[in-house]
Design a protein around this ligand. Structure first.
Ligand code: C2E
Ligand code: CA
Ligand code: CA
Ligand code: CA
Length: 278
């Protein structure tokens, strides 16, 4: 038993050092990727139910790693946040997404919004002014931009955060609450939040036709959003049946694998720009 115990602790020890090493090397890789601008953005279209040409698009970050392949944001955003790199990375995302959007519009695609995910850590005291500089530099109309933030950020509402958000709102930048329904916002709170869009979290969409609770939550979100004059986007729509139910509930905007996987800018262009021009 003693022998076994020692082996086991040895095993755990090795696993621990491995994970520390892998965390450190990942952080170094992340830092050099940031310096070398070796990230890339994917884009996923959002449609008005029934349309085949998208009016809105969400930018999703990807990290093509030389050894590990295409790394999902789930695996590096937390590290980018704890290391503070998310601030610089976030500005790179914003700049690149806006540039891509301008290019598509020049090519004749009538996109109305590009949405960009923003982590709470990015919203520091110079956030609004830096975003303003980036947009101005690109000659980008702030009304084309939507920033997706979490419910908890909107709820916590420190004066710093509200100050930054209202500065951007005054410029015409819109805000969406991502993964809506997974936090604990009350109806009265939503009313006072400076947002124009609620994105129904995919966890409610997944079983919308099989789980009455998910159905009821989705229904309540759409009703509430409509009564407050907000746009609702359902994310993670994978089937025609899910779309049908969402549409019956009054949800007008959809995003998900049923329509398109996230894709690189070139593919998005091939798929929707050439079609729109013809
Ligand atoms: P999110 O903002 O909630 O994005 C939706 C995620 O669901 C994306 O994963 C997307 O690829 C995936 N998805 C889209 N349609 C479907 C579907 O029909 N079914 C299923 N099962 N999944 C679908 P992705 O691209 O891996 O991004 C994961 C998360 O990473 C995002 O969740 C977002 O929170 C974060 N993220 C992505 N890009 C950025 C970024 O530029 N900045 C920051 N701060 N966070 C980002
Ligand atoms: Ca999002
Ligand atoms: Ca989401
Ligand atoms: Ca999510």
């Amino acid at each position: 038993a003693k022998e076994l115990g020692r082996n086991r602790s040895c095993y755990y020890q090795r696993e621990l050092t491995d994970s520390i090493h892998s965390r450190m090397s990942l952080e170094q890789d992340l830092r050099s990727a940031l310096e070398q601008h070796s990230f890339t953005l994917y884009y996923q279209p959002q449609f008005r139910v029934g349309d085949s040409i998208p009016k809105r698009v969400e930018a999703l970050l990807r990290w093509p790693h030389p050894v590990r392949g295409l790394i999902s944001p789930h695996d590096f955003i937390p590290l980018a946040e704890t290391s503070g790199m998310i601030v610089e990375l976030g500005y790179w995302v914003l700049r690149s997404a806006c540039q891509q959007f301008l290019f598509w519009r020049q090519q004749g695609l009538k996109l109305e919004k590009i949405s960009v995910n923003v982590s709470p850590i990015q919203i520091n005291s110079s956030f609004a002014s830096t975003v303003a500089d980036i947009l101005q530099h690109l000659d980008f109309d702030p009304r084309w931009l939507e920033l997706e933030v979490t419910e908890s950020l909107m709820m916590s509402g420190t004066t710093e955060v509200s100050q930054q958000i209202s500065e951007l709102r005054a410029m015409g930048v819109d805000f969406a609450i991502d993964d809506f329904g997974t936090g604990y916002s009350s109806l009265s709170k939503i009313k006072s939040m400076p947002v124009t869009v609620l994105k129904i979290d995919q966890s409610f969409v997944r079983d919308i036709n099989d789980d009455i609770n998910d159905y009821e939550i989705a229904r309540a979100i759409v009703l509430m959003a409509k009564s407050l004059g907000l746009i609702v986007v359902a994310e993670g729509v994978e089937t025609k049946e899910q779309e049908g139910t969402l549409h019956r509930l009054g949800c007008e905007w959809v995003q998900g694998y049923y329509y398109a996987m996230p894709m690189d800018g070139e593919e998005f262009y091939q798929r929707y720009c050439t079609e729109a021009v013809q």
